[in-house]
Design a protein around this ligand. Structure first.
Ligand code: AP5
Ligand code: MG
Length: 197
């Protein structure tokens, strides 16, 4: 089993690299942002609540986010392959909860891939995507708040995971496949796992 967190600022490439990870290592993927956007698209009560936070670039409350993950995890854990967590955890309480949830499933977190990208590049990527896809939180004002929230609430997890010797810093600029090569190198060194293709 291989359980990884893909960590980084908004626009750092978590979703892009997750797609390669699940394909190459045969893992499941959970993007909490995608889960919430799907609820918004379906117009559910949870979606309406989530939209009131996401549209401003704020995090949804920890207890709600943790409950959602707790509900989704059993089906992802059932086959014993492992999960890429994308966009979770985003706060220290979420990180502590993740440890407990994995323990409940008899497993643990094997590593945290930290995508490191300069802020100007993050903003440029998100503005480009906003123009191309219309993703609602990819506008100048919300991006600014998302980055601020990242610095105050999420970035402290870097030190948290460094202390646990789980953090693997990866330069997140350049060609997508090159970045993936750097990630794969870290994973092999730390866990012995190699891409199956
Ligand atoms: P979430 O969906 O997680 O968004 P995010 O963290 O803001 O990150 P993005 O999805 O924008 O970027 P990414 O790192 O996945 O990069 P991507 O691969 O797309 O969260 C959205 C919201 O949901 C939050 O603000 C919050 O409100 C809520 N939420 C989610 N999780 C939560 C949690 N745990 N707790 C509380 N609230 C939560 O790449 C970005 C762009 O760059 C793409 O267009 C891509 O094509 C391009 N790109 C990627 N790699 C490269 C490259 N190497 N070179 C050039 N372009 C590239
Ligand atoms: Mg994403």
């Amino acid at each position: 089993m291989l359980n990884l967190v893909i960590f980084g600022a908004p626009g750092s490439g978590k979703g892009t690299q997750s797609a390669k990870l699940i394909d190459s290592y045969g893992l499941h993927h959970i993007s909490t942002g995608e889960v919430l956007r799907a609820e918004i698209a379906r117009g559910t009560d949870l979606g309406k609540l989530a939209d009131s936070y996401i549209s401003k670039g704020n995090l949804i409350p920890d207890d709600l986010m943790i409950r959602i993950l707790d509900d989704l995890l059993p089906s992802l854990m059932a086959d014993g392959r492992g999960v890429v967590f994308d966009g979770f955890p985003r706060t220290i309480p979420q990180a502590e909860a993740l440890e407990g949830l994995l323990l409940k499933h008899g497993t643990e977190l094997h590593g945290v891939i930290g995508l490191e990208v300069p802020e100007e590049e993050l903003v440029a990527r998100m503005l480009r995507r906003g123009a191309e896809t219309g993703r609602a939180d990819d506008n100048e004002e919300t991006i600014k708040n998302r980055l601020g929230v990242y610095h105050t609430q999420t970035q402290p997890l870097q030190a948290y995971y460094m202390e646990k010797n789980k953090y693997m810093p990866v330069e997140g600029t350049g060609v997508v496949d090159e970045i993936f090569g750097r990630i794969a190198g870290h994973i092999e060194k730390r866990t012995g796992h190699r891409p199956r293709k």
